[in-house]
Design a protein around this ligand. Structure first.
Ligand SMILES: Cc1cc2nc3c(=O)[nH]c(=O)nc-3n(C[C@H](O)[C@H](O)[C@H](O)COP(=O)(O)O)c2cc1C
Length: 340
């Protein structure tokens, strides 16, 4: 870890630091592990772009989840630059004529990082999406209130399901969305494209190791069935009760536009890393937010008119929870050196 950067920063060091920061950015979560981002590096500036070829045309026609994913990568980029001793200066959507240019990040010289930032940074590559139930052991209120405050700093709101009825309703809406999506052939083939076969050499998509092994929770939150109809897919209904669903949360924003989606993504990633720091894991259930009528229902009934961007379950996992290999595309594949 660097203590202080010298100014002016030599071009070779800027290039090396930009490369390292992008190497961390790509470990963000993304819908179906589509990794819908590209980075451009020019001197002390890193640009973050959405890669529209990787947008889910059926599940995400507006590109909302694509921009949430890119926002999560932007948060990692900021954090990595802070840890390298920079003070990243971020301009969101700097050019209205280029809507896929999501952010320009300037690598201004800054202060050495504190231990907390270093700790969060160390979790970027270790964190994994959780897809099962949780063990006993609640989520401390202090942790939730800290996460809620940080989420707000990033421009989003964390809304906790207040009681078992709200949890049950959100679980039922997730189930309804899952049923609607499964009977839509275009949706089913889209998800199949992002569920590569075991042994694949692809560096994207949801790999077999990430599928839920013990998906059933109480209340039952339907898991996405990434390998439907194949023996590696989601296990069928189990006998008896399920594992705990954890705290059910909605991440919501005041507006529903590209800037809000990018902010929601940054808030999401900060939340995931902070949760990891406290031994908590997070599961996503985005299905209901991909069905416009259900998303609107959730907005009016459970978000006081704010726009829901993610539906999450947060809980404690035991230390021996299975860790699986995660994949990302290498930095060279997603980065362009810009010289104009
Ligand atoms: C916007 C967004 C929506 C997601 N929706 C779901 C979901 O509905 N179900 C799920 O199991 N995972 C969901 N994920 C998690 C991704 O599948 C996961 O981030 C990706 O496969 C990479 O794995 P990792 O997070 O373990 O690194 C979502 C992630 C993002 C950023």
């Amino acid at each position: 870890m660097r203590t202080r950067i010298t100014t002016p920063v030599p071009p070779e060091q800027l290039a090396e630091d930009a490369r390292r920061a992008i190497g961390d950015a790509v470990w963000a979560p993304s819908v179906h592990n589509t990794q819908p981002w590209r980075f451009g590096v020019r001197g002390a500036r890193i640009s973050v772009r959405a890669d529209a070829d990787r947008r889910l045309g059926v599940a995400d026609p507006a590109g909302r989840e694509m921009l949430i994913s890119c926002g999560a990568a932007l948060y990692n980029l900021r954090l990595a630059l802070r840890v390298l001793g920079y003070a990243p200066d971020v301009r969101l959507l700097p050019d209205p004529d280029r809507p896929h240019l999501l952010a320009d990040v300037h690598m201004n010289p800054g202060q050495p990082p504190d231990g907390d930032l270093e700790d969060l940074h160390g979790r970027i590559r270790r964190r994994r999406t959780h897809r099962g139930g949780f063990g006993p052991g609640g989520v401390p209120d202090t942790v939730i209130s800290r996460i809620a405050t940080e989420t707000q700093t990033e421009g989003a709101r964390l809304i906790q399901a207040v009681d078992a009825h709200v949890e049950g309703a959100l679980a039922a809406l997730t189930d309804a969305a899952e049923h609607v999506q499964r009977r839509t052939p275009s949706y089913a083939s889209e998800i199949a494209r992002w569920a590569p076969a075991p042994g694949t050499r692809r560096r994207d998509g949801v790999q077999e190791g990430g599928y839920p092994r013990e998906a059933r929770t109480e209340p039952r939150f339907a898991a996405r069935d990434f390998a439907r109809g194949q023996d590696r897919g989601v296990p069928g209904p189990a006998e008896g009760g399920g594992r705990e669903a954890g705290l059910v949360m909605l991440l919501a924003t005041q507006t529903d536009d590209p800037a809000a989606w990018i902010r929601a993504g940054q808030a999401l990633q900060r939340l995931l890393l902070r949760a990891d720091q406290h031994g908590l894991a997070v599961a996503f259930h985005t299905q209901a937010l991909e069905v416009p009528e259900l998303r609107d229902f959730i907005r009016t009934r459970f978000c006081a008119g704010r726009h829901p961007q993610s539906l999450l379950r947060i809980g404690a996992v035991s230390g021996d929870a299975p860790r699986f290999e995660a994949v990302r595309r290498p930095v060279e594949e997603v980065t362009t050196e810009e010289w104009w």
